[in-house]
Design a protein around this ligand. Structure first.
Ligand SMILES: *Cc1c(COP(=O)(O)O)cnc(C)c1O
Length: 380
């Protein structure tokens, strides 16, 4: 079955009682039990709920995994996955990891004795050097935010297997239709489903998927223990959003490719970072492991002042954080997603003062290009 057919089939769990075509929203915190000795599959919605279970099965299937878990946000999913580790454990993490993930690693987990080192994941030797006797996992994010840096998933998996380590991959930027880390040997895939999966800048959601029975038990234990589960109405909205993921992501990626090529030819733009451009570092690796350049690109307009002018004159993209929605979103990472880094730390992860990130939505690509052109005309 094709990926898009599977997407439609999976997101439609009809109600066997009424025949309703859409997955029923089971707004029930508790479930009655047949008798004193016979307990059903569901008892309390933190532990399991039919609507959430339908969503979890869907996400597992899309990623090619056996087990999926839905959480209230991407950070709840990522944190819950990291809570499977114990005091004394060490993680090696891509230095371009999402800011919220960095916050958990830096400010929360060390209080429980879980430590980490940040490493440039485009350099396998660097990862190898950072591995300690107590290292338990390697944490990948590719393409990374906002530089779209590429990590060679198979190479990291090979190193992890050789050293007996787990691999975790944040697949938010690519979606399971475009990149499937589990098939490349990754143990756990996480997502901010807030972005492309839900796709409409409406809900927050997170997901973790694995194929491994033992890891699934550990993640489920934390999901139930911590209780940061996705509510049923939001699960329904996620399923509703997912139905159009195929067409949304395809169109946005094609537009992003066109815009990236257009901006690359513009002399006012110092640099374009987009995994669909052959000039992008890691392009060949990305081509091997993903089927499109994706819908997010970053471009450097030379200075903070120029970035300000472009943002102030753009009329179509909304100026905000987040990405992966039907509307185009422009953001200025140094003051938004990466505001906690000082100027030295920003440069260290490749975020220059003139860098803007554009998440391409579903508008006419000609309109987006015209808008970018007129906004760029204000810079020196
Ligand atoms: C947004 C994002 C997250 C966090 O997800 P939330 O839903 O905002 O909690 C994690 N990873 C990446 C790559 C993201 O873009």
């Amino acid at each position: 079955m094709g990926k898009w057919t599977n997407l439609i089939k999976q997101t439609t769990d009809s109600d066997p009682i009424s025949g309703a075509v859409n997955t029923p929203i089971q707004l029930s915190s508790t479930f009655s039990q047949a008798d004193f000795d016979t307990y059903g599959h569901f008892d309390y919605s933190r532990s399991g709920n039919p609507t959430r279970e339908s969503g979890e099965r869907t996400l597992a299937s899309l990623e090619g995994g056996k087990y999926g878990y839905l959480f209230s946000t991407g950070m709840a999913a990522i944190s819950s996955v990291l809570f499977i580790f114990s005091s004394g454990d060490h993680l090696v993490v891509s230095k371009q990891v999402y800011g919220g993930t960095f916050r958990i690693l830096h400010d929360v987990l060390p209080r429980f004795g879980i430590t980490y080192d940040l490493v440039d994941f485009s350099n396998i030797e660097e990862i190898k050097k950072a591995i300690k006797p107590n290292t338990k996992a390697l944490y990948i994010e590719t393409p990374a935010n906002p530089t779209l840096n590429i990590t060679d998933i198979s190479a990291v998996v090979a190193l992890a297997k050789e050293q007996g380590l787990l691999t975790i991959a944040d697949n938010t930027f690519m979606t399971p239709l475009t990149q499937r880390p589990l098939e490349l040997g990754v143990d756990i895939v996480v997502h901010s489903a807030t972005k492309f999966l839900a796709g409409h800048s409406d809900i927050l959601a997170g997901v973790a998927v694995t194929n491994d029975d033992e890891l699934a038990k550990r993640i489920y234990f934390i999901q139930n223990a911590v209780g940061a589960t996705l509510g049923v109405t939001d699960t329904w909205l996620l399923l509703r959003g997912l139905k159009t993921l195929g067409v949304r992501y395809k169109r946005s990626s094609e537009s992003a490719q066109t815009i990236a090529e257009h901006l690359q030819a513009d002399k006012r733009v110092v640099q374009v970072l987009y995994p669909g451009l052959s000039s992008h570092k890691g392009y060949d690796i990305h081509q091997r492991q993903a089927s499109s350049g994706g819908a997010v690109l970053s471009f450097d307009v030379g200075s903070l002042e120029n970035a300000r002018k472009v943002v102030e004159h753009l009329e179509i993209p909304i100026f905000s954080v987040s990405l992966g929605a039907v509307e185009s979103i422009i953001s200025y990472p140094p003051k938004m997603s990466h505001a906690e880094l000082n100027s030295e730390e920003l440069l260290e992860v490749g975020i220059t003062p003139g860098l803007l990130r554009l998440s391409v939505g579903l508008e006419d690509v000609e309109d987006l290009i015209d808008d970018l052109d007129q906004a760029l005309s204000y810079i020196d």
